[in-house]
Design a protein around this ligand. Sequence first.
Ligand code: BES
Ligand code: MG
Ligand code: ZN
Length: 485
Amino acid sequence: MKIAAASAFDKRKSADVLIVPFWEGAKSAFKENFSSVALEDLLDSGDFKGKLGEVAIFYAAKAKEPRCLLLGLGKKENVSSESLRKAFAAAIKWIREKKLKAVHLLFPDIEEEMAPSILESVLLSNYAFTSLKGESSDDKSPRLIETFLMFGISSQTASQIDHYQTIAESVSLVRDLVNGNADDVTPEMFAKEIPAMLGKKVKTVVFDRKDLEKEGMGLLLAVGQGARYEPCMIQASYRGNPQAKEHILLVGKGITYDTGGLCLKSADNMLTMKCDMAGAATMLAVVKVAAALGLKINVTALAPIAENAIGSKSFKQGDVYRSFSGKTVEILNTDAEGRLVLADAIAYGVKNLKPTLVIDAATLTGAIVVALGEEMSGLFSNDESAAKDLERASQRTGESLWRMPLYDYKDSLRSDIADLANMGGREAGSIKAALFLQEFTGGVPWAHIDMAGPAFLSKPKGYFPTKGTGWGVRLLVDFLEQRAK
Ligand code: BES
Ligand code: MG
Ligand code: ZN
């Protein structure tokens, strides 16, 4: 999509639709001089109130835009970045359903600080995953907006278009990877194709199975041993501030498909399990964005990638495997595999990269979805400053986080025959998973994000599409931007 600032509203060319924003109960919300009889009539009718996300249309065949879309922004005193994102998501949804391609917007008169959220919403809402549709499908040509011109936008906001476009492109990359077939987005595909996708400023190292064996990453190898594709680990680094000591390690769960292994999932629970590499895709995308934006920060992503398959070579319930850290782990459930691959990657990163902060993101537990639902992730952290900054980033980006306790349930992870068990009973499942990970952080400040809910949605929600959402990219980029200051 071409999204740009435009001037000379009176001399504009034609387009399919003009978006005209309104505050609830007010006569307008835009800067440009615009009036029409049809508009006044519609407002006088009282049918359109300007409520947040409300849409009304009138048709004016002879106007430069044959459709005028009145968009409610809600009450002016309640405006926030997120309310603006929601409102614009509603407008874009309507426009895309009608397959319109060229859009004009009368940019609303709002505080400079909030204005970029409109760019974000438009960019994030204009996504379609069509590569698996058949040639003759109606939807093969995606219902996407092609040009989006904004009238009355400030030059300061306009100067940030590229910035938000860079972020949105990486969000789309994560969505595509999550939505892609698990037999296409395989560990081999990650190893072969991801490094080139991250850009020249990102240094990548790919650990293949032999490297993992040499390093002694027994948990990652165990999880991957049942699959047709060999496990691997991708390390992607960007050094934007070589003088600084601070180095943030981002670890993402990369299970390209989670059958549950020998502890096989039910059909219903397996249905969405192509999403289980969302953490890895997110962390790699964040490093890509950090490099593309030239953030003054040092950051490395580690993505342990494996398929948790069922077969004669699968790792076994009741067996004990040795982790990179040296701790041995008894497998009480082969479906608690995410924490295993993360444990090895976290321990490897802590030992070899000497990070000052570790953040991991993972579609780790069904329990967090039970606790927080589909729209929030759980945040676990032993570092107050990281937790506060992540919560602030969450507020700003609208990617919701809820802090969860690292309550001491460690006894439940005790094993009779190994150093640790990989699960500890049904209760407080997401806390116990976090405690398991903490065992491998070597005391380095750490935050864990359990994103099993929002990584993959059963139905679209505002500017998040159904299925792969790319949730977390914007959150973590915002966090890195704060840290870079
Ligand atoms: N990938 C799943 C968690 C998940 C569930 C992600 C729903 C997205 C949506 C994870 O590997 C898993 O299977 N966890 C088990 C752990 C249990 C066996 C201790 C779970 O949550 O049931
Ligand atoms: Mg599992
Ligand atoms: Zn999993």
